[in-house]
Ligand binder design. Sequence first.
Ligand code: NAD
Length: 372
Amino acid sequence: MNGESFDMPEMVNFGIVGCGRISDLHAPGYLANPKAQILAICDVDLDRAKTKAKEWKVSEGMVFAEFDQLLRLDELDAVELLVPHHLHAEMTIRAARAGKHISVQKPMANSLSECQQMIAAAENHDVKLRVFENFRFYPPYLKAKELLDGGAVGRPSSIHIKLGVSHAGGWDVPMDAWMWRIDPDTCGGGPLCWDDGYHKFSIAEFFLGDIEKVKAWIDSTGMFDDEDEAPFVVDAPAVFMWKYKTPRTYGSMEATWSRHGNFPSKYYSADERVEITGDKGYIWVNQCTANSLRNEAPVVTFIEGELVEYHNLESDWFSSFTGAVDHFVEALFMDSEPVLTGEQGMKIQRFAHAAHKSAQIGTEILLDELHD
Ligand SMILES: NC(=O)c1ccc[n+]([C@@H]2O[C@H](COP(=O)([O-])OP(=O)(O)OC[C@H]3O[C@@H](n4cnc5c(N)ncnc54)[C@H](O)[C@@H]3O)[C@@H](O)[C@H]2O)c1
């Protein structure tokens, strides 16, 4: 968009496309934001869309099964794409051609060339493209980043990210939402390291900067039993190691599946922990999607021998969604760059691709040398 010819809108009219599981955490942000409204919604499962329309007070005439019908609405300004990954690129490009701004879920797309096409479409049609990666809006991560950038731990040397997922304890995930996730043709990879992994690759970069190279091992585990075969397998256990472009700075991550675990959660039965080390001490972020450690403060620091616990932080995972929604609405109002831009989103996608390629071929991968 060109700042000079920009007219401040009075209200941003959104279309939500895909009314599945995660739309429940997106819609409240749009409903609560005084500068936005959900004008229309779309889902190939029309009954599902109609149910959501009642909940979100969207008028009956604004409920569609066909994406193109929604895109034909002149008064629609922007779309929130909440659909399986193989549709991200195609729908982004169609929305850009229709002149609508786009918020598309992570992972941005299933190939780097698709990412490039999405960026080009948005540029050519003068619309904003943002990749929705809500972990960057999770208040405990924002607090940790503020401490890190303020020099609290001195010169950082490493980050460790732990993703643990269990089968039970979280909210109900409908079988159709699982089925496209465990099919690499629609998901692009596996549910832990590809789908959810994008968030972790994103925060790894958010905290410590650009990645030079990565080495990874991604195994597979039966979802319910050792004997399970495809498609009922997940991409775990997995271990990733990477080196940042900043000298003497490293990262690592593990993703695990606890088949018989029960991780109580208001959302997915998954949780994350992050440890950042510097030459003065540590920052720990003890929760994210769930709150497995219960009484631990969301952020704890141990710096030069002193332990500080940050208890009074908003730490419900839901707040990362409202933060991300509000940010995009503001970017449309102010004609400013959203987080993540298409380029930033593609950079994370490059990291994810390099990690998966490393696991496939068994050697470390330099990100700058990766071509799709
Ligand atoms: N940011 C996060 O933390 C987070 C969490 C979960 C999911 N997601 C992302 O959100 C997206 C949706 O995930 P979900 O868990 O809600 O999946 P889901 O399967 O529950 O919902 C997807 C919906 O899209 C609909 N759909 C499929 N094809 C369509 C089409 N051509 N046109 C219109 N609707 C169509 C389906 O009928 C379904 O209702 C994915 O990209 C996923 O990675 C993000």
